[in-house]
Design a protein around this ligand. Sequence first.
Ligand SMILES: *Cc1c(COP(=O)(O)O)cnc(C)c1O
Length: 221
Amino acid sequence: MIDYIKKLDDVITRIEAARKLISGHHIVKIVAVSKYSTSQEVEALYRAGQRAYGENKVQDLKLKMQELDEHPLEWHFIGNLQKNKINHLIDADPFLMQSLSSYDLAQELNKRLGIKEKKMDCLLQINSALEESKGGVHPDDATDMYKRIQDECEHINLKGVMSIGAHTQDEALIKKSFDTTFDIYANLEDATICSMGMSSDYELAIAHGSNLVRIGSALFK
Ligand SMILES: *Cc1c(COP(=O)(O)O)cnc(C)c1O
C-alpha cells in the first residue's frame, strides 16, 4: 500500500522550496495526474488532502468523475482532444480544459459549446519544445492565436497557457522550452495560469515561472 500522505508531503515540500526561491507570494497549484491510476487510488490521495486531478482521455475522465462523484474533486482535462469526443467533454464539464491545441479545435469546441449553451475555461497549449510528437500551437503563433480565440470564441474562457517541457536530458533545452512559454504568458493581459512541469521537471518549471504543475508518477507510484 502506497503511503499517499508521505508522497504528497514530499512533493509539497519540494514545491514549497522551489516557489519560495521565486517569491513568498508565488502560489503553485498541484494537479495530480491520475491517468495510470484507479479510482480507488485517487480516493486514497484525496483522503491525504489532494483535490485536483487531471486525465488525458475523455472516457477515463467521465468514468472517474462518476465513480468519485461523492467527493468534491476538481477535474482537469490535459490530453489530446479528438473532435468526435468534444460533446463528451462538454457533458463531463471539467473545471479546466488545459489542452486547447489548435485554432481549429477552439472553433469546433466553441461551436459545440454554443449549441449546448455552455462555457468552458481553457488553456492554450503551446508546443514550446517544437516536438512533432507533442500537441499545441507554435510559439510564434501563440500570442495572436490566443487573442483571436478570445475575440472570436465567446463560449471559451481562456485562462492562460500550458506546455509540456522538452523531452530530453539536456536541462538547457528544458529551461528554454519553459522560458518560451512563460514569456508568452507574461505578455498576455488577463492570463492567470501558466501550467508547466511534470514529475521529472516540476521544480525547474516553477523556477521558470510555472504556477500549476501536473504531477502523475511522483504521487501515484
Ligand atoms: C501524463 C501527463 C503528465 C504527468 O506525467 P508524470 O511524468 O507522470 O508526472 C502531465 N501532463 C500531461 C499533459 C500528461 O499527459
